[in-house]
Design a protein around this ligand. Structure first.
Ligand SMILES: Cc1ncc(COP(=O)(O)O)c(C=O)c1O
Length: 387
């Protein structure tokens, strides 16, 4: 038989999605894969049913239905202040997952270097490899996950073509401050680097932190491909809706990539989500409030276990230090924890390219009752500490 491609042999399956399967096998609470265990709001479900009844069953316009692009441009105006031309500056994708792949394929050629903060959301390294590009890592240093500006400048000077900025960040929960974003902006300008942002957690930010859209920094809109999603904001991770916003000349290329990858996102769901994009600002305040409560519940239990963790500023994940359990492999620890404690984490090593074994990631996109049950189970952990 002929061989499958070398490229696909150079990365593994997603450990996040694998841990979801392991959780199912053991009937454990899944704090691994990040999705809410509640339904989206009733108006949105109703709009979905109506879209089906209204006969929206065939392909939408490839780069997104005009109504959706219009509604999205209006929402972007409210939250970013940017005037977005929905006719030329947006492409609707199958989630931010496709948006990031489209963004990378739009700006990267084989052999190009793409900068990533480490730890990073695991898709980025696979996406880069699929583009034939080389990921170059810039460490975010625990426990506060800040970066060394000189280290960042050095990487930007090394011939970088693009840099991926996940903000608010998965897995470490950072919401980058204006000073930090300015360092990235200056380095991007000086070295003519594209910035690919992943802002899927834009509305899940904990006070007093504030999300700053990178495209709103002076001079940055022209070099930013802003990727985001409706998955997290409207609790519809299964609807697979996301987008890229960038200057018209960039979107003209991105639309071709998107067209040949997927043709388009699900037409009836594009139609339905317009309803959600018109929700008042109180919707977003409420969302942040719900996640603040979920975070506080999970962190409350972690405090009782005495384990060290980094307080998230945004997104819905917490990185927990497991070094005191004395395991050599975080992957084995995660499997053991899923089976014996009944709560599934993601092994931290899936977010690093180096041999990093001392973290697990837990997500708190769960109802209070789920988090209380998970939390009670986590209280068994201290019995297994080695140090
Ligand atoms: C940082 C980040 N980007 C993208 C995604 C995927 O988003 P979507 O469902 O829109 O594809 C996730 C999902 O966990 C994520 O954490």
């Amino acid at each position: 038989m002929p061989k499958t491609s070398f490229r696909t042999s150079t990365f593994t399956e997603s450990l996040i999605r694998e841990m979801s399967r392991v959780a199912q096998t053991h009937g454990a609470i899944n704090l691994a894969q990040g999705f809410p265990d509640w339904d989206p709001c009733k108006e949105l479900i109703k709009a979905g049913k109506e879209a089906m009844d209204a006969g929206r069953h065939q392909y939408a316009v490839t780069w997104g239905s005009p109504e959706l692009r219009q509604a999205l441009a209006a929402k972007l105006k409210v939250f970013t202040g940017l005037d977005v031309d929905e006719k030329s500056e947006l492409v609707i994708t199958c989630g931010a997952t496709e948006a990031m792949m489209v963004a990378m394929m739009t700006v990267l050629d084989p052999g190009d270097k793409v900068g990533l903060f480490s730890p990073f959301y695991e898709n980025y390294s696979a996406d880069a490899i699929l583009c034939g590009a080389r990921p170059i890592l810039i460490p975010l240093n625990p426990p506060d996950y800040t970066f060394d500006p000189d280290e960042l400048r050095k990487v930007f000077r090394s011939g970088l073509k693009a840099f991926v900025l996940c903000n608010p960040s998965n897995p470490c929960g950072r919401v980058f401050k204006r000073e930090e974003l300015n360092v990235i902006a200056e380095a991007a300008e000086e070295n003519d680097v594209w910035i690919l942002t992943d802002e899927v957690y834009e509305h899940i930010v904990f006070r007093p932190n504030k999300h700053i859209y990178f495209s709103t920094l002076p001079g940055m809109a022209k070099r930013t491909l802003m990727c985001s999603s409706l998955s997290k904001t409207f609790s519809i991770t299964g609807w697979r809706l996301g987008y890229v916003h960038a200057p018209a000349s960039v979107i003209a290329q991105a639309r071709k990539v998107h067209d040949f990858l997927t043709v388009g996102a699900a037409a009836p769901l594009q139609h339905a989500v317009v309803t959600a994009l018109k929700f008042p600002s109180s919707y977003y305040d409420h969302l942040a409030e719900i996640y603040t409560q979920s975070k506080d519940i999970l962190l409350g239990y972690l405090d009782k276990t005495g384990l060290s963790y980094t307080k998230p500023q945004g997104a819905y994940f917490v990185m927990v230090d497991i070094s005191k359990f004395g395991w050599k492999s975080d992957v084995e620890f995660s499997h053991w924890m899923t089976k014996e404690i009944g709560v599934a984490p993601v092994p931290g090593s899936s977010f690093f390219n180096n041999a990093e074994n001392r973290y697990i990631r837990l997500n708190f996109a769960k109802r209070p009752e789920t988090l209380h049950t998970a939390g009670e189970r986590l209280l068994k952990l201290p019995h297994f500490l080695k140090v």
